[in-house]
Design a protein around this ligand. Structure first.
Ligand SMILES: NC(=O)c1ccc[n+]([C@@H]2O[C@H](COP(=O)([O-])OP(=O)(O)OC[C@H]3O[C@@H](n4cnc5c(N)ncnc54)[C@H](OP(=O)(O)O)[C@@H]3O)[C@@H](O)[C@H]2O)c1
Ligand SMILES: *[C@@H]1O[C@H](CO)[C@@H](O)[C@H](O)[C@H]1NC(C)=O
Length: 314
């Protein structure tokens, strides 16, 4: 990565800091984390580094075969790693409910939830529940998952006296949502659909979800913080629906973009670092809290999205 990106922020970390670097010396033993979309990219690296710090990790993956392969590779590198693999398809509400049932059957506490799974720039498609696929996968599945796990996270925090953390992986792509932000009335309309804006819309929803959940938890005096983030641009699988961009990011991009270790840094920082204890409702880039732009700060929009999402999942 280029030298100009080594500038350190107030956290002491820079865009080129890796997940291992930002968690160096942190002991995560005794903590339990769920990571969604753990079978590739930023999610896999997040699992690996959390496991390296002693966290017990539950991987939520839609393909349990590739999940098992990833698990095997991590355990090969870190023989002490404690990792489970559970099936989770975020685009399906019944799969999300099944995952939570299976997780609860493990009888584990839950300290950290990392909503990372995502798709980008897919052609128009409806999920099995009849919802536009970016919105269903990136936002709504995670909205339901978080809702179903929230009581457990709160109780764990209460009983262990360790702050619970929810980390929501968004993207600077939120700036390219539709002009009206969220197309509530046209969420499932193919007319006017843009892959670019549909991805942006779902990532905008991630930030709004984080902000409103943070506010709700504060009002309840829960010992649980929620933050969202942009991981930086990384050559992973996510752009493969857009061959040109994928090609660019994974060839030329390799020299100027982040590698996956750098891409997972802000995620792992928010999950484990003591610097951000008590910090909630913020949007991070490069381990640095920044102010997202409108409409991510729109108070009306945030409420409307919450009610809209709740009505869709219940
Ligand atoms: N890479 C970037 O430049 C970049 C930039 C900004 C934001 N982000 C965000 O970072 C997050 C991780 O992306 P990545 O770059 O690591 O992409 P990736 O390599 O494509 O990984 C995405 C993960 O999400 C999983 N996933 C996709 N749909 C799912 C579903 N319906 N249910 C369960 N899991 C599903 C994928 O599973 P499979 O392996 O089965 O496909 C994969 O494990 C995303 O939220 C993305 O929006 C990435
Ligand atoms: C950190 O965020 C603040 C607020 O957005 C910004 O002014 C500052 O330049 C950022 N620092 C780095 C190193 O990115």
């Amino acid at each position: 990565m280029l030298g100009l990106l080594r500038r350190r922020g107030p956290s002491g970390f820079s865009p080129s800091s890796t997940a291992e670097e930002v968690t160096a010396g942190i002991d995560g033993c005794g903590l339990v984390a769920i990571v969604t979309g753990a079978s590739h990219g930023i999610g896999t690296e997040t699992c690996r580094v959390l496991a390296l710090r002693g966290v017990q990790v539950v991987m939520g993956v839609r393909n349990t075969l590739s999940g098992a392969r990833v698990r095997e590779e991590i355990v090969r590198q870190i023989p002490t790693a404690k990792i489970e693999v559970l099936e989770l398809d975020l685009s399906s509400m019944s799969s999300v409910r099944r995952f939570v049932k299976n997780f609860n059957a493990l009888n584990l506490p839950l300290n950290i939830l990392i909503n990372n799974a995502g798709i980008a720039f897919v052609p128009f498609e409806l999920s099995e529940d009849g919802i536009e696929l970016h919105f269903a996968t990136n936002h709504l599945g995670h909205f339901l998952l978080t809702d179903l796990l929230l009581e457990k996270i709160k109780v764990t925090a209460e009983q262990s006296d360790i702050e619970g953390r929810i980390v929501i992986v968004s993207s600077e792509g939120y700036k390219h949502a539709y002009r009206e932000g969220i197309r509530f009335h046209k969420i499932n309309d193919e007319s006017g659909y843009s892959r670019f804006s549909a991805y942006g819309q779902s990532k905008l929803a991630n930030i709004l979800h984080s902000n409103e959940l943070s506010k709700n938890l504060k009002e309840q005096n829960a010992k649980v913080v929620v933050n969202s983030l942009h991981p930086g641009e990384v050559c992973t699988n996510i752009m493969h629906h857009w061959a040109f961009l994928h090609g660019l990011m994974c060839t030329l991009g390799k020299f100027i973009l982040k590698d996956v270790g750098q891409g997972a840094a802000t995620v792992c920082y928010l999950a484990l670092h003591p610097q951000v204890a008590g910090v909630t409702g913020k949007y991070f880039i490069d381990c640095n809290a920044t102010d997202p732009k409108s409409p991510a700060t729109d108070k009306e929009l945030v409420k409307r999205l919450w009610d809209f999402s709740a009505s869709l999942v219940h």
